[in-house]
Ligand binder design. Sequence first.
Ligand SMILES: [Zn+2]
Length: 297
Amino acid sequence: MPEGDTIRRLAERISDRFLGQRCARSFARDPRITHLDLVGATLTGVDAVGKWWLLRFDDGRTVYGHLRMDGRFDLGRRSTAPEWQRRLELEMENGWMTAIDMPNIGVVATEQEETIVGHLGPDLCAAGPPDVGQITDRLVSNEDRPLAGALLDQRNVAGFGNVYAVEVPFIAGVSPHQPVDSIRDLDSLVAAGSALIRTNMGRSHRNTTGRRLHTTNLWIYGRQNRPCPWCSTTLIGAGERDVPWGRVSVWCPSCQAIEPQRTVDVARIERALILHPARKRWPVEHPPADADDAAPN
Ligand SMILES: [Zn+2]
């Protein structure tokens, strides 16, 4: 079975050969795409997401599929495979692109492709609370990636924007630069972030401090060069080009110091949320694993 890296390479081959080219002839032989006619459309993007491939066209549609066990692409000359196996055949300016024996193929509006390929991580803003363990597994699969970059990657967890990528590490006492695989009790950090965003999503303002809840009130976001609200050390700010995750950032060099191993400071989270309604949601939606017996029902 092809792994994600195989499909990534396939996407690169398709992109190298056909990106930016217009489709001259189009044949669809799968019941899910019988209506599909791409003649005149230009291929504007090729992507691999997990084990899915995606072909984006300038008419706002994305053709997607999954190779499973037997699916493959023929690129170049027109395929000689039996016609019924050629589920999608496209003649581009630089040859043919044929999807063969593709067990899973379809078309969707490009702006809605996430709903199909399911590449997003657990959604923090879904009706029910997310599976924190699943999110943590995805975060640490990034190994030595900085915490803020892993939190912002929507394939790990869908929902955290840059404000939370600054505020949640601060609340947990962990540097946004701390590699994810060197953080102990990452579950507690994720649970606190989930509680904050899920509490705030019902409000018109982003508020992480619990003070003046009717306005935006944040711990350190946008407060570079000012004193840390926890320890009074001057906060460091970084521009988009100064950090690997490419977003403006703020952190305290003292109480968010980078260490070989860093443990999430649960006592700090509890103190940070003491005025915030998220403090009620946190233990209810995310009871500590070793306190299940004592958790109220
Ligand atoms: Zn500090």
